[in-house]
Design a protein around this ligand. Structure first.
Ligand code: FAD
Ligand code: SF4
Length: 450
């Protein structure tokens, strides 16, 4: 059996100077060779690892037969965002983790093949379906909102998406950088959803422009997919100094507002020379690799070890190849400077007993403080839901950290109001948000058929 085909990439020395996509995509020949490795198992375990039930075995078989258009049509029966998922899903934790071939060899590169199928789709628009005279409002246009909208449009409902920003996509547009997920891919997949008849209303912050009650009056059901877009901070001295960013603000400036092309685009961003990024997840990697591309010498500071890094393996590999430094077992205690960031003070950590998450808890080592020079600090330690809906909606049940409480069908305590994605689970993954949205879309359909 041949080895797993590697994804062709741009050379690290070239790519770290620009925002072009790092992964080049498989050629037809490489995709077919990778598809030929698939065992076409009778009981394909890979499919159990996919929260949206993509028919993985079948689409890989179609690629092997060079039926590329059929392959993408097959995927789209279950997943409206294949070009996005093929690029950003943590496949190593999902489908590929369960691939039977992976027991003895490297699993099939399912994500790379999904991306190949999506990128080779012949431009196709869906035909708009006749509506059933029932209307659904979707709040938020991240992967949860987009998926719920597309599923319901496919079932024939009139769907209107309300989005606070001027563009659709949620984190896909404002968070994940161009070098990992080009924005034309997001636009292409949003356009397909528009061709199903879904209407988008931008610059519409629900809770301010319209209340949830107003949406309930106008629509037969409502889906809330407002994500978790408010950054957590460290709560240490010096966090208000010039040069401290939340990763959200930094990435929004760079991605959505194209600050890396300033002054051609109006939004500026600080270009730190020595940048420290706090955190170890995808957000930290994206912020670090963006700061590097803006000319910084970048260090990621993480309080556990490399083994516990929550970021995708591919992101960590790319970050290292590009020259990002890692400082493990270190936690910031103060940001020092006179108006502007000059240094960061941190304390050394060791790993103690396992915590509730199953990971070993980081413990401070007494009297081990040290400082590091820097002129920019980017905080990437997690996000929580935006409180605007909670403040403005008395009837809806929210949890301790601002998440919306739902039942097993993703219905909230208000009949006809459903929710999914990061707003119910905290920061999670694109595919988890999409899986939630599919459950909700099915339940909305049942609710409206009563
Ligand atoms: P979001 O994507 O956050 O979308 C919510 C949308 O709702 C936004 O557009 C927002 O503007 C809008 N909104 C909010 N409030 C309102 C309101 N009141 N009215 C109207 N609109 C509103 N996951 C992965 O699987 N792989 C990755 O590689 C990955 N990398 C990531 C990198 C970054 C930088 C970040 C921040 C996250 C990353 N994630 C990744 C996590 C993933 O992006 C999220 O889990 C996912 O986007 C959640 O989808 P969502 O639809 O619930 O919310
Ligand atoms: Fe192919 Fe692996 Fe799925 Fe089997 S489990 S069908 S080998 S991708």
């Amino acid at each position: 059996m041949q080895d797993r085909i590697d994804m062709p990439e741009i050379d690290p020395e070239k790519r770290k100077k620009n925002f072009k996509e790092v992964n080049k995509g498989l050629t037809k020949e490489l995709a077919i060779r990778e598809a030929e490795r698939c065992l076409h198992c009778k009981n394909p375990q890979c499919e159990k690892g996919c929260p949206v039930n993509v028919p993985i075995k079948d689409f890989i078989f179609l690629i092997k037969q060079e039926k590329f258009q059929e392959a993408i049509e097959n995927i789209k029966q279950k997943n409206f965002l294949p070009g996005i998922c093929g690029r950003v899903c943590p496949q190593e934790q999902q489908c590929e983790k369960f691939c039977i071939l992976g027991i003895k060899q490297e699993p099939i590169a399912i994500g790379h093949l999904e991306r190949f199928a999506a990128d080779n789709e012949k431009k196709r628009e869906a035909s708009e379906l006749k509506d059933k005279n029932k209307k659904v409002a979707v709040v938020g246009s991240g992967p949860a909102g987009l998926t719920c909208a597309a599923e319901l449009a496919k079932k024939g409902y009139v769907v209107v998406v309300y989005e606070a920003l001027h563009k659709a996509g949620g984190v896909l547009s404002y968070g994940i950088p161009e070098f990992r997920l080009p924005k034309n891919i997001v636009e292409k997949e949003v356009d397909y959803i528009k061709s199903l008849g879904v209407k988008f209303r931008y610059n519409s912050l629900i809770g301010n422009l319209f209340s949830l009650e107003e949406l309930r009056d106008e629509f037969d059901a409502v889906f809330i997919g407002t994500g978790a877009g408010v950054p957590r901070f460290l709560d240490i001295p010096g966090e208000d100094l010039i040069g401290v960013y939340s990763a959200n603000e930094f990435l929004t400036r760079v991605n959505l507002m194209k600050a890396y092309l300033f002054p051609k685009y109006e939004t500026p961003v600080r270009k730190g020379k020595k940048v420290v990024v706090i955190g170890g997840g995808n957000v930290a990697m994206d912020a670090a690799r963006s700061a590097l591309r803006l000319g910084g010498d970048v260090t990621i500071m993480y309080r556990r070890t490399k083994k516990e890094l929550p970021a995708r393996i591919e992101e960590v590999k790319h970050a290292k190849e590009e020259g990002i430094n890692f400082k493990f077992l270190a936690s910031p205690v103060e940001i020092i400077g006179d108006k502007k960031v000059e240094k960061i003070k941190y304390i050394r950590m060791r790993l103690g007993e396992q915590d509730e998450s199953g990971r070993r808890r980081p413990v401070k080592i007494k009297d081990s403080e040290a400082t590091m020079d820097c002129d920019e600090v980017i905080v990437a330690i997690g996000q929580i839901p935006n409180p605007v809906l909670e403040r403005k909606t008395e009837e809806l049940d929210f949890g301790r950290w601002g998440q919306i409480i739902v039942d097993e069908n993703n219905q909230t305590n208000i009949p006809g109001v459903f929710a999914g994605g990061d707003i119910i689970s905290g920061s999670a993954t694109v595919i988890k948000a999409m899986g939630d949205a599919k459950v909700a879309a099915e339940a909305i359909d049942q609710y409206l058929k009563r």
